[in-house]
Design a protein around this ligand. Sequence first.
Ligand code: OSB
Ligand code: MG
Length: 374
Amino acid sequence: MKIEAITLRELRIPLRHFFETSFGRTDARRVLLITTHCEGIEGWGECVASEGPFFSPEWIETAWAVIRDFLAPSLLGQRMNSAKEAAALMSRVRGHNMAKAALENALWDAEAKAKKQPLWKLLGGTREEINCGVSIGIQNSHEQLLEKIEGDLEAGYQRIKLKVKPGWDLDVLAKVRKKWPKVLLSCDANSAYEMSDLEHLKKFDEFGLLMIEQPLWHDDIFFHSKLQRELKTSICLDESIRHARDAEAAIESRACGIINIKVGRVGGFSEAIAVHNICEQHRIPVWCGGMLETGIGRGHNIALSTLPNFRLPGDVSASQRYWEEDIVEPEIEVTKRGTIVVRNDVGTGYTPRPKLIEKLTVRKEMIRSSAAKV
Ligand code: OSB
Ligand code: MG
């Protein structure tokens, strides 16, 4: 596989309903898509960096710049047998995991197409159907939240995750638990609390939660391990786990009982598989997180979720929960059992819709390998 050119594009797509976390509200996405052009085969990747540096230090502008100026030049003109080789070629750049992942994952997509295989099989997946949950943002009122939960449970979703922050936590969880005593329920604080909130955080134990996701600082492991000793509820780490070494440190220091794997956050499929394997060795269950992806990133999340240690329902849900119209065909659909049946077509099985993508594109740049590098 020779990498001849790389296209970056930015799409602007309104969300059907705003998505609010402890760090802010999103009404419309700025989506960065990558296409790798390798000897007549196009690979597609989605960069999950957000509209601002609030989930992590990366955002769409840093991702665009680092891909254009450093990462794409390190790949262009290279020949590789497998997309696994991409991470080493980009390793001189520190951090910028979401930018790296978009490129590496596009190359995995291309490799699957070149080998005429489904991507999930190339990744080593074993599941033919994946279990789905939903992540429900902070709403304008409790009533609005209860309505959303009702709709998602009716649709069949197996687990409800609520975004929480100080002022939108204990009351909300109490109401939801009262109405649905048995539903698999968890919450995600996106780093909204500190160790001084210990007594408050202990009260979360009353609600029989499957987990509390990322209660403390985005870059912390040590204090999560202190907190975990004080809580009955399992901590799940999201933001803090940037690579397999972080997962090892978190497991060894007992900072969490569960890990959320986001392929963008850890820098691509190779590292995501490494995190998965370390967790599996230590019997720590994992699940696949989401970053409000279009069908391109969603297709990659589905493929990753077929690995055996993805034992808990993930945040991989139907296209229709976020988009009026997704940019892939078919759209991602969820069964009444709250599952996604994995497609056996070549690649992800979800094909980009070129006309719609073109219509939504607000910026585009193609970088070719220079003659000198070839
Ligand atoms: O922490 O999991 C998170 C969305 C944006 C940023 C951070 C997170 C989320 C979600 C969305 O929870 C999950 C989804 O894509 O459905
Ligand atoms: Mg999270």
